[in-house]
Design a protein around this ligand. Structure first.
Ligand SMILES: [Zn+2]
Length: 84
């Protein structure tokens, strides 16, 4: 089973893959409308917004927690440490 390199979501069905393409390494939530993968900054913003909405964190805490989560994912390994 594959999981998204950008957000870690397990991808078990074709519709969970970007553009429904099972050869892609990232999920539908991490794809732009044209099918390319969102950048680190784009993903960080959307993850932080998601954390605010689901966990009620304030924006700064959500951004910090999103950075931490992303630092563990293959697409961003070694990236987050340069950004803080
Ligand atoms: Zn994803």
């Amino acid at each position: 089973m594959k999981s998204c390199i950008s957000c870690g979501m397990p991808m078990t069905r074709p519709e969970q893959f970007a553009m429904g393409d099972v050869s892609k390494d990232y999920c539908v939530h991490c794809a732009r409308p044209d099918g390319s993968m969102q950048s680190y900054e784009e993903k960080l913003l959307s993850m932080a917004a998601f954390i605010v909405k689901t966990q009620g964190f304030d924006e700064q805490a959500a951004a910090a927690s999103a950075k931490e989560m992303m630092a563990r994912l293959p697409a961003w390994k070694g990236r987050a440490s340069h950004e803080t």
